[in-house]
Design a protein around this ligand. Structure first.
Ligand code: ATP
Length: 367
């Protein structure tokens, strides 16, 4: 196993920078995910790690070793793709054995290692089957066994679950995560599915237009998005128009929907801001609520009852709408369309972005 350092890597296709100055250090045994919308450069970065593309600038290290000039077949990498890329008319066993045979591993050793890998993906009992007679999930397990059987230093996965149906996807993602933990194998995983990324990763890099927007643990990315793009891409977020006014040095006041309160910001800034808060961070004010903080008023425009939660769309005095999600509500608390309500935002949870959306103004340090 190895750690991986991507050091100021840039890759062009013609004039276009598919990856711009990426800096990432992936730790040994880490499950690291590249997440972003279609075309953001995830696959390009993965291919540079695999050795299928040579970056135009910057260096890639596996451990201490710079592998810029190391050909793909010498990088000791296991790969799993969206398309299973297995040989349909070879048995399951022969598919998994393929890489070991190519490496001229002894027959007995092949037998032992293939069976070990097949057991890990729970396919040992189907070793003589042809993949063409197997389900998508089983075929992806063959691909996974084939990737791990060579004992790779690095496992690369490019949207491995995309072709599976929703239920199987959930099962496979927890199986992959469990196997990865058991083998302690450094893994780089590509997906555009934010929920999948949050569920499986130790850390995530969010990319957009070839640039890394943020690197962090799932809860950091979700609760402390560094810019509007990340806040918008991961989960659902309410964005309201706000204004930041500096009162005295180091003390600012934010105004939102006619309410103002003091905030601590990380730089000198005055003017329009984007006020952002997640739907589940907003609390309905009940008669017994004794919170001090930011209270806003509105009217319920839509109530969507989803069983375990209720999603309200609330219209504010400004005409803007916010989404509020409530969990574990009781029959008595259910609100109807047309009802006037008051709700509460915890000032510590709301994030204030500069007008351009590029910077979070009230995040401090590593928070
Ligand atoms: P997706 O989720 O759709 O696979 P991605 O994030 O993996 O997208 P990449 O495949 O890395 O994105 O592509 C990044 C950018 O580089 C895109 O604008 C794409 O059109 C472009 N690109 C990718 N491969 C090539 C290529 N071989 N030649 C020219 N342009 C390319």
């Amino acid at each position: 196993m190895t750690d991986v350092r991507i050091d100021r890597v840039t890759k062009y296709f013609g004039e276009m920078k598919a990856i711009n100055n990426a800096d990432i250090h992936i730790e040994e045994g880490e499950f690291f995910t590249l997440l972003g919308p279609s075309g953001c450069g995830k696959t390009t970065l993965l291919r540079a790690l695999a050795g299928f593309y040579r970056q135009d600038e910057g260096d890639i290290y596996f451990g201490e070793k710079c592998i810029n000039d190391l050909p793909a077949h010498n990088r000791n990498i296991g790969m799993v793709f969206q398309s299973y890329a297995i040989f349909p008319h070879m048995s399951v066993f022969d598919n998994v054995a393929y890489g070991l045979k190519a490496r001229k591993v002894k027959k007995q050793e092949i037998q032992r290692r293939v069976m070990e890998a097949l057991e890990m993906v729970e396919l040992a009992h189907l070793k003589d089957r042809q993949p063409s007679q197997m389900s998508g999930g089983q075929q992806q397990r063959i691909a996974l066994a084939r990737a791990i059987v060579i004992h790779p230093g690095l496992l690369l996965m490019d949207e491995p679950l995309s072709n599976l149906d929703a239920k199987l996807r959930l099962k496979m993602r927890s199986d992959i995560r469990e196997l990865q933990k058991r083998l302690h194998i450094t893994t780089v995983y590509v997906t555009h599915d934010q929920e999948e990324a949050l569920a499986v990763s130790d850390r995530i890099a969010v990319l957009n237009n070839g640039e890394i927007q943020q690197i962090g643990k799932p809860y950091e990315i979700y609760l402390r998005p560094r810019n509007k793009f990340v806040a918008n891409f991961i989960g659902t977020t309410n964005f309201l128009d706000g204004e930041l006014v500096q009162r005295v040095a180091g003390e600012s006041v934010v105004k939102v929907e006619g309410v103002e309160y003091p905030v601590s910001i990380n730089q000198s800034y005055e003017g329009k801001v984007i006020y952002s808060v997640r739907p589940e961070q907003i609390k309905m004010k009940k008669p017994e609520t004794k919170l001090a903080g930011v209270f806003l008023q509105g009217m319920i425009k839509e109530t969507m009852f989803l069983g375990e939660k209720v999603e309200y769309t609330v219209e504010l005095a400004s005409g803007k709408s916010v989404s509020i999600h409530e969990h574990a509500i009781s029959y008595r608390d259910l609100m109807n369309e047309g009802e006037k309500i008051e709700f509460y935002i915890n000032p510590e949870e709301a994030i204030i972005y500069s007008e351009s959306g590029e910077e979070a103004l009230n995040l401090h340090g590593n928070a």
